[in-house]
Every structure is written in C-alpha cells, then in structure tokens.
Design a binder for this molecule. Structure first.
Ligand SMILES: Cc1cc2nc3c(=O)[nH]c(=O)nc-3n(C[C@H](O)[C@H](O)[C@H](O)COP(=O)(O)OP(=O)(O)OC[C@H]3O[C@@H](n4cnc5c(N)ncnc54)[C@H](O)[C@@H]3O)c2cc1C
Length: 593
C-alpha cells in the first residue's frame, strides 16, 4: 500500500517557498513519504529568522506562564528527540536561572495564566519571579516530556561553589535546569535538505532546490521560477505544482501578495524584531563556564547569556514590534545598550563594554498577527499554525509562527494535512530518523577526521583543531570533508579548486578551514555565493580571524567550481565585506570601516 502511495505521490510536486528550518523540515518529511518536492528560496537556505535566532532547542520555560503547556510539552519532547537524532548539532546545555526573592512573581504569574497580561505587568514589580514560582515552573518542565531521562532541576544558593559569577546579593537563589543549544541552525537546516535528498533517492521521488530564485504563480496554476538578478546559473523553470506551501516566515504576507497574488488572505504575520550580541570578554566567558544564564532584564524581559564556542558569549534578545521588510531589520545602538545593561545587572563584576561587542545580528520573529491591545510582544503565542487558503488553486497553505525546536513536529503535522487533502497516503515519518551527521561516537569521528587531515600533510595541532571544528559542523560527515583535503592536495594543477601544491595551501587564508570544504559546500550543499559559504555553510561569519584574504580565497574556489565568474570575484568580495559590516557590525582586517 505504501509503495502504491509512493508511486502515486511521485508524480506530484509540492512546491515549498522558503528554505528556512520549517520549509526544509517539511521538504524532508514529504520526501520520506515519496512525494516530489521543489524548494525555492529568494535568498539562501536558512537565510531568514532561522539564522537570527537565539540558537536554543528548548521547551520555553516562560511560555508556561502564558498557559502554553501543550507547546512546552511538544517542544520538550522534540528537544529530547533532536538531541538524540542530531547529537553533533544539538547539545544539552545546563542553565542557571538567578532569582531575587522567594515569593516574588506569583500574583503576576497567576494573572498571566488567566490571560490578564496588563494586570500581570502591573503586578510584575521590579523584583522578578521568585524561587517558588520558578521552582513550580521547573518541576512542571521536568515532568512534561514524560520520562525523558534528563537530569531534574535543582534550586541552589548563589553562594554555593562552582556557580556563575552573578551578583549573589541581588540574586541570592537560583534554579539549575537543562535545555539544549543548537549553535548552528543554519547547518541543521542544510542537513535537513541533505537528508531530504537521501530520502528522495530512497523513494524515487524528485527533489529540486532553487536558492537565490524568485517565483510567481500564474493564472494557469504554473509556478514560474527565475534566478534573482546577478545569479550566474541559468534559465527560468516552470513547475506545475500539485500544491504550494508558503513557508517564508516573516515574509509570508509579502509572498502571498507578490508570488501568489491569486491567493486571498488577511494579514497573517505580526513580527517582532530581536537582536543578539556576540561578546568577546575572557572574564565574562570564564564566568559562564559550561552553563548558560537565563535571567530577567530590569524590565522583566527574558535575557540569555550563553557560551558561544570557547571564546565568545552570545547575549540576546530584544523583542520590538517590526513591520518593515524583515531583510532591513538591524540591531540599533539602543538595543546594544539594553543588552549590555542587562548583562551588567546580572553579572556586574564581569560586565562587558561596547568595545567587547565583536558583532551583532538581528531578525524578525514570524509571529502570528494579533491585535496588541493589552498585550506585549512576549505574550504573543510561539505556537505554529498551518493556514489553508481554502479557495486557492492549486491548493495552498501558509506556515505561520513556530520555533526552531518544533520544526520537525510542525513538518509532520503539516505533511499529514497536505497529503490527506491531496489523497496521498503518508508513507513514513522522521520521528526516529537520524540526521546525516549522526554518530553514536563523535570522539571517534573526530579522531578519524584528524587522521585524514594529518595524512593530507597538515601539522598535528592544526589538524586537531580543524577536526574538532569539522565535527561541530558536519558530525559523522567530517571524515569525508577532511578526506577531501587530501584528494584536493593530490590532484594535479588545474584539476582541483586551485591547483594546490602542498598542504599549507589547502587552507583558506587566516582561518583553519580547508578550501576543499568550500567545494564541498557547492557540490553537496547547494552553496552558490560567497555569502552562502561564509554565513551558512562554513559558519566563518563567527570566526574572528576571517579576513579579506579569506574571502578572496573562497571566491577563487567558487570561480573554480563554476558558480562565480572570474571577473565578478573582486566585486563579490566587496559586497560580502560590506554586508558583514552592515548586517553584523563586523569589520574585516584590511577593510576600511
Ligand atoms: C530573535 C529570534 C530569536 C529566536 N530564538 C529561538 C530559539 O532560541 N529557539 C527556537 O526554537 N526558536 C527561536 N526563534 C524562532 C525561530 O527562529 C523561527 O520561528 C524559525 O526560524 C522560523 O523558520 P521559518 O523556516 O519559518 O522562517 P525563516 O527562517 O525566516 O525562513 C524563511 C525563508 O523564506 C525565504 N523567502 C522570503 N521571501 C521569499 C519568497 N518570496 N520566495 C521564496 N523564499 C522567500 C527567506 O529567504 C528565508 O530563507 C527565534 C526567532 C528570532 C527572530
């Protein structure tokens, strides 16, 4: 029966607009059922909110106060599942939640639970939630996923040994609990699509990914897919979709208006913008150790202070109404002051200064549109919805809201709804399907990747660092990526991505990343632009050593791979250097400010 469904499904293509985490998860889910899929993104894989998030896979403790118990349960179950299925990317992280009082916040929490947000704010006071309120929330948090085997929470005194250096006079007590960190949701999204391609190979369905392409549904129900300006790769394509899913996040309303003009809909999205800072401060980083801090800023908003690799600290986030083009959202100085002020309030002895902020980023949450009377941005639900545009032809749906954490469960429910409406049997599920980089033994993978790098002629210490980084990006696939260094070094000049003659030249200048990984991004992971490689494949955007020379080296490989014209390489380097400055406040060495 399932095979019949697959064959039946194979003839139909579902077009998914948007290759964020939700569009990618849905593509994978449909391909597991043997349905052909075309994913079209106006920019790149994970180029929207997915990349601008706090990078947590979490239940969302504070949503309990808003009575979102089912959302928290679903998120916690998914958190446990993603840690199991993608251990290289989703890693458990212990959180320290400082509190000022024992009894504070109970009346406000009760008001919030009853839906009286304005009363809750009036009763909130400046002392925040007390240890009783926090303890109750954490007890529920422990129980909701149901026998997950994760360590239970503990309430501790701030003066106990080994705790982060919070102001223990202001915050004498704290809750300790576990959630998970997804350092690179960009990589997770790419892997979802890599797995979607594997699922397509298994089921015989067709799978196409168009990045840097725009599309528009015409009156005959055909989708015209065209490369955006400046794309070197070819011609427009026409697809006859069996259904269209608008998974464009904060752009959902714009997409309806511009790409799906025949689909009638009221306003669906009411986004808020959120900014994050990356701070380089050795005392602050040391104060965190292996824990993240989840605290309240002076105005009661949640603030996360998180370890980001060995040297950096990620601080976020703000939550401000935003109605412009999500692509124009930028961190402003007031947000930087606000976030630094919040850190100073929690950790005064290791407070960071403006000079410690090495970069920042900002994005728009794709929240459902609601009238804000009496509410705050924080009170808008983080639940996801699948909106069916009832009269549309071909059938059309929009995804509204959601979290990184629930991308898989959202995809599962959305696939069931879509396939049900199209009369196609669900042929499988991602519930227990490991991600492509999954491994039960990541230390062994790291050792094997290091061996490959050493065999390619790299010094032991460089090979060790490179292997560790590669496992954080690729998991089990790190061995193949590192093996590719060797073949690139051995290939005769003219046959590889730059005619490498010895191992030293195998690395991109100033960063310890092999040039062969750039070629891998193009051949295996749909990268076509310098920006794709830097920001969403090799994650070099977060490498402080990234320089103009690094960009030039990457551009040279892209030329070798045939996705960048040689004459345009220098201009592409300029464009990306300017983008890093404007979008991230990051100035590269050798670039005027
Ligand atoms: C500040 C902030 C912090 C967050 N923190 C967390 C967190 O810690 N944990 C968590 O679970 N969730 C978090 N979230 C929520 C989460 O990031 C988002 O809900 C999720 O990433 C949405 O994914 P998406 O695929 O729906 O949208 P997006 O990731 O925004 O993807 C939409 C895609 O559509 C593309 N697109 C736009 N227009 C078109 C068009 N016309 N045609 C084709 N493609 C188009 C864009 O280029 C983009 O790639 C956070 C969000 C923000 C903004």
């Amino acid at each position: 029966m399932a095979l019949q469904a697959k064959n039946q499904a194979g003839r139909k293509t579902i077009a998914i607009l948007g290759a964020g985490i939700n569009g990618a998860a849905l593509a994978r889910e449909l391909l597991i059922s043997g349905v052909s899929v075309a994913v079209i993104d106006a920019a790149d894989i994970a180029a929207g909110a997915t990349a601008w998030s706090t990078r947590l896979v979490h239940g969302g403790l504070r949503y309990l106060e808003y009575g979102e118990v089912e959302l928290v349960r679903e998120s916690l179950v998914e958190r446990d599942r993603l840690v199991r299925l993608a251990p290289h990317l989703v890693r458990p992280l212990e959180f320290y939640l400082p509190v000022r009082t024992r009894l504070g916040g109970m009346a406000a929490a009760a008001a919030r639970l009853l839906g009286c947000e304005s009363l809750a704010r009036a009763w909130q006071g400046t002392r925040g939630r007390g240890s009783w309120t926090v303890g109750m929330g954490l007890r529920l948090y422990d129980q909701l996923p149901g026998g997950s085997g994760w360590p239970r929470h503990r309430m501790v005194r701030a003066s106990a040994g080994g705790m982060p250096a919070v102001d223990s006079t202001a915050f004498p007590l704290a809750g300790l609990y576990w959630d998970a960190q997804l350092l690179y949701p960009e990589r997770f999204t790419v892997e979802l699509l890599v797995d979607a391609r594997r699922a397509a190979a298994e089921t015989g369905a067709e799978f196409r990914v168009f990045t840097h392409h725009r599309c528009r549904l015409d009156g005959d129900g055909m989708l015209l897919v065209e490369p955006v300006a400046g794309d070197a790769r070819g011609a427009a394509v026409r697809i006859e979709p069996a259904a269209v899913v608008n998974a464009t996040g904060a752009w959902v309303d714009r997409t309806l208006a511009e790409a799906l003009p025949k689909v009638l809909s009221g306003r669906l999205i009411g986004g808020t913008k959120g900014s994050h800072l990356l701070v380089r401060s050795a005392p602050l980083r040391a104060a965190l150790g292996d824990r993240g801090i989840y605290a309240e800023a002076a105005d009661g908003r949640p603030v996360f202070v998180l370890p980001f690799g060995d040297r950096l600290v990620l601080v976020g986030t703000t939550d401000l109404p935003f109605s412009g083009d999500p692509d124009d959202a930028r961190t402003d100085e007031a947000e930087i002051d606000y976030l630094l002020g919040a850190v100073a309030g929690i950790l005064p002895t290791v407070a960071a200064s403006r000079d410690d902020v090495v970069q920042h980023y900002c994005g728009v949450r794709p929240l459902p549109f609601v009238s804000r009377e009496g509410g705050t941005p924080a009170s808008i639900t983080r639940r996801h919805m699948l909106v069916r545009h009832a009269d549309a032809l071909p059938p059309c749906w929009s995804i509204v809201g959601g979290k990184l954490t629930t991308c898989r469960s959202l995809a599962e429910t959305a696939a069931a709804e879509l396939l049900g409406r199209l009369g196609i049997e669900v042929g499988g599920s991602s519930r227990d399907r490991p991600m492509p980089g999954w491994s039960a033994g990541l230390p062994a993978v790291e050792a094997a990747a290091r061996e490959q790098a050493v065999a390619a002629g790299l010094p032991e210490d460089v090979a060790a660092r490179l292997a560790r980084h590669a496992v954080g990006l690729y998991g089990a696939r790190a061995v193949d990526v590192c093996a590719a260094i060797r073949s690139a070094v051995r290939s005769p000049p003219g046959m590889d991505s730059g005619g490498l003659s010895h191992a030293g030249q195998a690395l991109i200048s100033d960063v310890e990343v092999p040039k062969s990984a750039v070629a891998w991004s193009v051949r295996e992971e749909w990268a076509t632009r310098l920006e794709d490689v830097v920001e969403r494949r090799l994650m070099l955007v977060f490498d402080e050593r990234l320089s103009r020379r690094s960009l030039e080296d990457i551009a040279a490989v892209l030329v070798g791979e045939g996705v960048l014209e040689k004459e345009r390489a220098a201009a592409e380097v300029e464009t990306v250097a300017a983008r890093l400055r404007q979008r991230y406040g990051k100035t590269l060495e050798g670039t005027s400010a």
